[in-house]
Design a protein around this ligand. Structure first.
Ligand code: XBP
Ligand code: MG
Length: 259
């Protein structure tokens, strides 16, 4: 019996390392398709990731570059159209199987299902992207493993605001202390902690390595597998080689001591 009832996962960077070779390429494909000469290289995209949400990221780029849009166009509609094309390109890229789930993710999801631990998602990304990632990288059944998928524009404010985690908790019908959250970015950590999810694991990803996750109690390089050990960067794994439900329970207990 574990001290928590559900795991709440972020998507981009946590379930899969999707940003550099996934979302970034899809943005660039959408720009090229629209006849724009905008190209987000690896370094520029890394800076733009400070802005969560694809439409918001495009808007920030336009502002930073001082790009004058055609005055005949409604800027919101223009950005939304570009972003729809980006989603199409992103889903097509996932359908090639180009982006695998991260080390340990499928194993932990299976273990949770077998133990009756409930599964949820709290993400900034568009719902279509979540479905495609789970289907193409996890398998045809995986989306159905998640009881709650809170994603995208359904809340007033994206991460680092806590709204999307609050929505996931509401849909689960659980208190924050009944859950363990898994994130990969400083914005995600702020969002989860803002919703009271103090039992929080951070798995650093390509763009988030070295970010400040204070005061997250456990930061690792990945969830790990029996033959691919996880490395703790903050906190400790209590001698475990990888993160399973027992390791998450020790973390949960360290945050919420039980008699
Ligand atoms: C990461 C994000 C997302 C993606 C792009 O979200 O900021 O916006 O970069 O997705 P998380 P969209 O880590 O919370 O999953 O273009 O669909 O917004
Ligand atoms: Mg993330």
């Amino acid at each position: 019996m574990y001290g928590f009832q559900a795991l709440i996962f972020d998507v981009d960077g946590t379930l899969a390392d999707t940003e550099r070779d996934g979302h970034r390429l899809a943005f660039n494909a959408a720009f090229a398709e629209a006849g724009l000469d905008w190209v987000w290289d690896v370094e520029r995209y890394g800076r733009l990731l400070a802005v969560t949400g694809g439409k918001e990221r495009i808007r920030r780029f336009i502002e930073e570059e001082g790009i004058a849009l055609d005055p005949a166009l409604d800027p919101d509609a223009f950005i939304a159209g570009l972003h729809r094309a980006k989603t199409r390109h992103y889903v097509a890229l996932l359908e090639t199987g180009a982006i695998p789930l991260r080390c340990g993710v499928a194993r932990l999801l299976r273990e949770a299902r077998e133990a009756g631990v409930r599964l949820a998602i709290a993400t900034t990304t568009t719902p279509e992207n979540v479905s495609a990632l789970l289907r193409c990288s996890g398998g045809p059944e995986m989306e159905g493993w998640f009881e709650v998928i809170a994603a995208g524009d359904v809340v007033p404010q994206k991460k680092p605001a806590p709204d999307i985690f609050f929505l996931a908790l509401e849909q689960l019908g659980l208190e924050a202390r009944d859950c363990v959250a898994l994130e990969d970015s400083d914005n995600g950590v702020k969002s989860a902690l803002g919703a009271g999810l103090d039992a929080l694991v951070v798995t650093e990803s390509t763009y988030t390595r070295g970010q400040d996750f204070t005061p997250a109690p456990l930061v690792v390089d990945c969830l790990g597998e029996p033959d691919q050990p996880a490395r703790a960067i903050v906190g400790d794994l209590g001698g475990a080689a990888f993160l399973d439900l027992a390791a998450l329970d020790r973390l949960h207990r360290s945050v919420y001591p039980r008699a």
